[in-house]
Design a protein. Structure first.
Length: 464
């Protein structure tokens, strides 16, 4: 049910009107005790849209008055009230002049249709940013909305219907991957030149973003129905097969001494990130944004503290903050010595060579590099779903096959697990409980002496 703000009321004739009390301290300057104005409509949706603009004007008016200036109220066009009218409305009914005025007023003009798709997305994006949603996530949603606009036009959200949603589905499924990033070509040209089209999973992601946009539009009173509800395509594929894990052959290719980065490379992230991904299961950006003091010792156990307390750090959700015990293989490879070397040089971050990207955090360059490295070592078509995130799936599957409980795996990976009692009142697993779980991760031949382990310290050429 749409929330009705306190400043929006309905008369006994079902006409909506705007009413807000003037603060006592500025009533002399404003000239009345209350601002009220008929919205001339019996439509709740139209009333919600109009009242927001009125509220913005009134807030601006109040600001002027608080600064000691007598505001110009003519643009708002409100009516002053008598004490008798005010007392009549204590019982929820307008009286006197207001009652006569709203009785004869017509509905809002039929041409009034509300905000367009782009306008709602702009507003929704600002709302999401205030809620702490990352800029990248908002941008991803905006790119899908832009695709919708290219297909159906930038029409008012109240005009979109199921037929428009079906048109979006038919067109989107003919487009190549990353079509949302190719605005310079027409959609017809993109479809014509496509060697392959987006997957069903990608399309369902598009629908998810559009559904959430229209959920917001409905909540704000801009439209009544969600045309994208139920538009997802059902898949018979099991969820855990949608993104592949790395098998032993994949890992041998990735960590081959012939192609793997040297440890003393000035771009240390190219050496350490794949190992960290394989032995922690952490997300790429969680690793890229580590600071040297995120490498901690808790109860004598060396851990990575995944958190968002320093500049540039962010987490996917609240469950993402966690302690991950450092695997013995990482110590054997010299990770702690590498971090100590950074501390000696006064470096703050574990990978000081990485710069902060506005949308992608510190993971922008590593993500591009790993995609290119995959191709270099022979990952081709049919393996496109094996990316850095596959290290997470590899860790999860290894532990699942070892019989580890879902809650322990979730704690290690930063997922929510269990019911409300477990999540709200249960404390995080202590590192001492997670260490035996981490130690179960074993990959034969990975990180052997065959790799080019030239040094156990960071490169002095790497800037801090």
């Amino acid at each position: 049910m749409t929330h009705i703000p306190s400043y929006l009321l309905r008369s006994r004739h079902s006409v909506w009107y705007f009413r807000i009390a003037v603060p006592q301290s500025i009533r002399t300057l404003v000239g009345c005790r209350e601002i009220r104005r008929s919205l001339g409509t019996r439509s709740k949706r139209h009333a919600l849209i109009q009242s927001r603009e009125l509220l913005r004007q009134v807030q601006s008016l109040f600001t002027e008055a608080f600064q000691g200036t007598r505001p110009d109220t003519s643009a708002i066009g409100f009516e002053q009230e008598s004490s008798k009218e005010a007392s009549g409305r204590l019982y929820g009914e307008p009286t006197g002049a207001l009652s006569e005025r709203v009785r004869g007023e017509p509905e809002a003009p039929k041409g009034y249709v509300g905000p367009t798709i782009t306008q709602v997305m702009d507003e929704y994006g600002q709302y999401q940013r205030m809620e702490g949603v990352s800029l990248k996530t908002v941008a991803d949603k905006a790119s899908v909305v832009a695709l919708l606009v290219r297909i159906v036009g930038d029409v008012p959200v109240s005009h979109l219907n199921r037929k428009d949603a079906q048109s979006f589905r038919e067109t989107a499924l003919k487009l190549p991957p990353r079509a949302t990033q190719q605005s310079e070509k027409s959609l017809a040209k993109l479809a014509e030149q496509a060697d392959k089209t987006i997957s069903v999973t990608t399309f369902n992601h598009y629908v998810k973003h559009l559904k959430t946009l229209f959920v917001y539009a409905i909540q704000e009173g801009y439209c009544d129905k969600n045309p994208f509800e139920g538009l997802k395509i059902r898949q018979r594929t099991k969820t855990n097969s949608l993104r592949s894990r790395f098998d032993s052959d994949d890992l041998r290719r990735l960590f081959s001494p012939a192609t793997y980065e040297r440890k003393d490379s000035p771009k240390a992230y190219r050496y350490w990130l794949p190992f960290l991904g394989l032995y922690t299961g952490a997300r790429l950006n969680e690793l890229c944004q580590l600071y040297v003091d995120d490498v901690v010792s808790i109860d004598g156990i060396d851990c990575l503290h995944i958190q968002a307390t320093k500049p540039g750090q962010k987490l996917k959700n609240a469950a993402s903050e966690r302690l991950i015990p450092i695997h013995p293989k990482l110590k054997e490879l010299g990770f702690l010595a590498y971090v100590d070397g950074l501390k000696d040089r006064g470096c703050q971050r574990v990978f000081p060579e990485l710069s902060l990207h506005k949308r992608h955090g510190f993971a922008a360059n590593p993500s591009r590099w790993f995609a290119n490295y995959r191709a270099k070592v022979g990952f081709r078509d049919g393996e496109e779903r094996k990316d850095f995130h596959s290290f997470r799936h590899t860790v999860a599957d290894e532990l699942k096959q070892a019989g580890i409980s879902e809650s322990l795996i979730a704690a290690l990976l930063g997922h929510t697990s269990g019911g409300i009692t477990y999540n709200r009142y249960g404390k995080d697993y202590a590192p001492g409980l997670l260490l035996p779980v981490v130690n179960l991760l074993s990959f034969d031949g990975i990180g052997s002496s065959g790799l080019r382990l030239a040094t156990t310290s960071c490169s002095s050429s790497t800037p801090c």
